[in-house]
Every structure is written in structure tokens, then in C-alpha cells.
Design a protein around this ligand. Structure first.
Ligand code: FNR
Length: 178
């Protein structure tokens, strides 16, 4: 079983990247995961649909070949980060060949701010719903006031770590269901 992980943050220090690593570390041995690179994707326009763009081909294939996609992302200005919207748009086209159709997807957001990226989470779900993705409805993981990552990338808050462990198991159980 293959899980593709998309981090909406392009930051080298991304706390969401550390959270993604932690969740992936909880997956059972028969589940493999890999991070999808989105930093090299040109901004999408439908004018590019008739061209072969290697990074577009790669990311569309990575989404299509995955049994599920895990999106772990910050919120930017009460919205989803532009890089994340870009990969969602790229995966949605060419029209009729969308990679998101029926794809199992879970969304995790985290922020040092109060609301934990809740608005971003809702927006990502809204886009994926329109694309007919199969979205994990619960638990909604929006970690607010989150700064519990040390310099080695460990989750230092036991409550958050336990919640993320529980989420990882729920997510994989759901993906394994036909
Ligand atoms: C932010 N941040 C932020 N946080 C939040 O909770 N709601 C928001 O709307 C925003 N807006 C926002 C815009 C921009 C341009 C940046 C760079 C940041 C703060 C953000 O949550 C914080 O920088 C996190 O560390 C981002 O997660 P990563 O990149 O570390 O994974």
C-alpha cells in the first residue's frame, strides 16, 4: 500500500513537514509513503494541457498511483498555500483525466496560531469535494497553538503525539477498507 504525502509548505523548517514525518513513522510495515515534491511545479494554466511538462506528469502519476494522499499543510492568510492549490489544480486536469477522482485523501493542518489552519482545512476539503475525491471526514486534525517540535523534528507534546498516532491508525484502517 502506497501513501503519497503532500506538504503545502515550501519552508525548509516546516512544522507541517515534521508532523508529516511523525504520522508516516506510525504507519505499519506494509505501508510505504513518500513525499511529493511540489516546489518545482510551474503555476498551472490550462494552456499547458497540450504540452508535456515533466513535473506535471510526475505529480499526476504520483497521485494516481497512490492508494491514498495525505495532505499536511499550514494555512496562509486564512487560505490554503498557493503551492498546495497549484498541485490540486494540476492534478485536476486535463479535463476528464483528473487524478483526484475517487482518490482517498486526508487533510491535516497545523499552526502556531489559535485556529490551527481550520479555514485552510475547510477550503482544501471543498476543492477536493468538487473534484469527487473520497475525503476522510473525521477526525479533523487542525492543531492550533502548535509549536511542539524540537530541533530534531520530534513532537514534544505527548497529547499531540498521541492524537497524531491515533489519527495515523484511523487513516490507514480507512485506506485499507475497500
Ligand atoms: C502564515 N501563518 C498563518 N497561520 C495561521 O494560523 N493562519 C494564517 O492565516 C497564517 N497566515 C500566514 C501567511 C504566511 C504568508 C505565512 C508565511 C505564515 C503562520 C504559519 O502558521 C506559520 O508560519 C507556520 O509555521 C507555517 O507552517 P510551516 O510552514 O512551518 O509548516
Amino acid at each position: 500500500m502506497k501513501i503519497a504525502i503532500i506538504n503545502g509548505s515550501l519552508s525548509q523548517q516546516s512544522i507541517n513537514g515534521h508532523i508529516a514525518n511523525f504520522i508516516a513513522s506510525q504507519f505499519p510495515a506494509d505501508v510505504s509513503s513518500h513525499k511529493v515534491t511540489i516546489s518545482d511545479l510551474p503555476l498551472y494554466t490550462q494552456d499547458l494541457d497540450s504540452q508535456s511538462i515533466p513535473s506535471y506528469d510526475r505529480v499526476r502519476t504520483e497521485i494516481k498511483e497512490a492508494d491514498a494522499v495525505l495532505i499536511v499543510t499550514p494555512e496562509h492568510n486564512r487560505s490554503m498555500p498557493a503551492a498546495l492549490k497549484n498541485v490540486i489544480d494540476i492534478g485536476s486536469r486535463p479535463y476528464g483525466q483528473g487524478a483526484w477522482t475517487n482518490k482517498k485523501v486526508a487533510v491535516v493542518t497545523a499552526s502556531p496560531g489559535t485556529f490551527g489552519g481550520l479555514i485552510c482545512s475547510l477550503q482544501v476539503r471543498q476543492s477536493l469535494q468538487m473534484l469527487n475525491a473520497n475525503i476522510l471526514q473525521a477526525p479533523e486534525v487542525c492543531l492550533g497553538r502548535f509549536n511542539a517540535v524540537d530541533e530534531q523534528g520530534n513532537i514534544t507534546d505527548e497529547r499531540s503525539a498521541n492524537f497524531l498516532k491515533q489519527f495515523a491508525h484511523t487513516f490507514i484502517d480507512w485506506v485499507k477498507k475497500a
